[in-house]
Design a protein around this ligand. Structure first.
Ligand SMILES: [Zn+2]
Length: 402
C-alpha cells in the first residue's frame, strides 16, 4: 500500500466537505431549488427534496383530484365478497329499499351476496311511520325476520311534560315492534333547542326518564354525536379532510361555534356516565377511531358503552396493528354497522377485518388520502363483531339460527 493513498475516512471527509460547500445550483434541482431556514415550510407548489431545499415540478402539478398513482406493490390479495360469518348491519339506512315487498326482496338478494343476514333500520322513525314500516317488513316473506327497526325520539321542545310524552311514545313504538332507539342524529347537542329557547345539552337531566325507560325496556340507544374533529378545524391545506369539506361545505363546523368538538364529547361522556344502566352504542366509534387510546379509556371507564364501525374504516385500516389489538381487547363491545347503504362497499369492511392484506384502496377517496391494511381478526372476534354483540345487547332481535 502506498503511503499517500487516501484512507476511506479522509475520502469521506473530503466528499462531505465538498457537499457542504456545494452551491445550491449544483444540488438536485439546480437553480430552481429554493432554500428555507430550519423550521420553515416549503413555499406553495414546492416540496422538500433535501434538508431545507425545496423544489417544484417542471410541469404544472395536477390537482389532488387528478393525481391517481397506480401502486406497483405486488402483494397477496384476498378479496372478500361475503363476510365469513353472517352479519348484522346495526347501522342501516336502506331508505329506498323499505318501501315495498318487492324492494325488500331485492335488498334481501343484495344482502345474501354479502352474507349480511339482518339489517337494523336506524332511520329515527316513530308513531305511524314506524307502524307502516313494520307492516311492510312483516308482509315480506323473504325479509320478515331479517329487517328490524329502531325508534326515534323527538327532542324538540324539551320542557315541562316532555319526558312523560316521550316515554309514552317510546312504549307505543316498542309495542309496534321497535327493537332499540336511534339513530339519534347529530342535531342533538348541536342545534336542537329546548322549549325555553336554550340549546338542549346531551346530558340535560330532563332527559333522564327516557334513558331510564330505555334501560327498563332493554333497548340499546344508538347515538351519533357531532362530526369528525377535522370538521371543526380551519379548512386549510393541513386539514386531513380538506377535500371533503370543499366538496360538501355544509359539513364544516365553524371553529368558534359552541359547543365545539371537545365540549360536545364531554357532554356525551357525561350522558353515558350518568346513565350507567342504559346501553349506548356510539356511532362511528364515537369519532375516536383516530385515537384508539382515548376510546379505549372510555371503554374501560364506561361498561355501558358500545361502538359501531360505520364509515370510519379509513381510520381502522390505516393502523392495522393497533386496530387489531383494540378489536381483540374490546371484542365484546364493537358492532358491525355500515351506515350509507351501498352494497358494493361492504366487501371493503370484510377485507379489512378478515385479511392481513397490505396497502389496498379504500372506496371513498375524499375520506382518506391513504391505503388500507387488513387487521386479520380471529374468528371468535369476527363472530362477536358481526352478530354476537348486536344480538346480546338487543334482546328483541330474532335470536335463533345464528
Ligand atoms: Zn347513520
Amino acid at each position: 500500500m502506498s503511503t499517500y493513498a487516501p484512507t476511506l475516512r479522509s475520502l469521506f471527509l473530503a466528499v462531505f466537505a465538498a457537499s457542504i460547500a456545494m452551491p445550491l445550483s449544483a444540488q438536485p434541482g439546480g437553480d430552481r431549488a429554493t432554500s428555507i431556514k430550519p423550521g420553515e415550510s416549503c413555499p406553495p407548489g414546492t416540496t422538500e427534496i433535501r434538508p431545507r431545499s425545496c423544489l417544484g415540478p417542471q410541469e404544472a402539478a395536477p390537482s389532488i383530484l387528478d393525481y391517481r398513482p397506480h401502486s406497483t406493490l405486488v402483494a397477496p390479495e384476498h378479496l372478500v365478497k361475503k363476510a365469513r360469518f353472517p352479519a348484522i348491519d346495526f347501522h342501516g339506512h336502506p331508505f329506498e329499499m323499505l318501501g315495498s315487498v318487492e324492494s325488500l326482496a331485492r335488498m334481501g338478494a343484495e344482502l345474501d351476496a354479502l352474507n349480511v343476514r339482518m339489517i337494523i333500520v336506524a332511520n329515527n322513525v316513530s308513531g305511524d311511520a314506524l307502524k307502516k314500516m313494520v307492516a311492510t317488513i312483516k308482509a315480506s316473506p323473504a325479509m320478515k325476520d331479517r329487517v328490524r327497526v329502531l325508534t326515534g325520539i323527538d327532542f324538540q321542545n324539551v320542557g315541562p311534560g316532555w319526558a312523560a310524552r316521550a316515554v309514552a311514545q317510546l312504549e307505543a313504538d316498542v309495542a309496534a315492534g321497535a327493537v332499540g332507539i336511534g339513530e339519534i342524529g347529530k342535531g342533538f347537542g348541536q342545534t336542537i333547542r329546548k322549549a325555553d329557547g336554550s340549546r338542549l345539552a346531551l346530558d340535560d337531566p330532563e332527559l333522564d326518564p327516557i334513558w331510564q325507560a330505555a334501560a327498563r325496556l332493554k333497548l340499546p340507544v344508538f347515538i351519533h354525536t357531532g362530526d369528525p374533529q377535522e370538521f371543526y378545524q380551519p379548512v386549510n391545506y393541513s386539514n386531513e379532510r380538506w377535500l371533503e369539506l370543499e366538496l360538501f361545505p355544509g359539513r364544516r363546523v365553524s371553529p368558534d361555534r359552541h359547543p365545539n368538538f371537545e365540549e360536545l364529547m364531554k357532554e356525551r361522556d357525561n350522558l353515558f356516565r350518568r346513565n350507567p344502566k342504559t346501553t349506548f352504542v356510539a356511532a362511528h366509534m364515537g369519532w375516536h377511531a383516530n385515537d384508539l387510546g382515548r376510546l379505549g379509556k372510555m371503554m374501560d371507564e364506561m361498561p355501558n358503552l358500545y361502538v359501531d364501525v360505520g364509515a370510519v374504516l379509513y381510520d381502522i385500516g390505516r393502523q392495522p396493528r393497533a386496530a387489531h389489538d383494540f378489536f381483540v381487547k374490546h371484542q365484546d363491545r364493537i358492532l358491525f354497522g355500515k351506515d350509507s347503504y351501498q352494497p358494493e362497499e361492504y366487501p371493503y369492511y370484510w377485507r379489512v377485518f378478515e385479511t392481513n392484506d397490505d396497502y389496498f384502496d379504500y372506496y371513498r377517496h375524499y375520506h382518506a388520502f391513504w391505503k388500507l391494511y387488513g387487521i386479520g381478526l380471529p374468528d371468535e372476534v369476527l363472530k362477536k363483531v358481526y352478530y354476537g354483540n348486536a344480538l346480546r345487547i338487543t334482546p328483541r332481535l330474532p335470536q335463533t339460527g345464528w
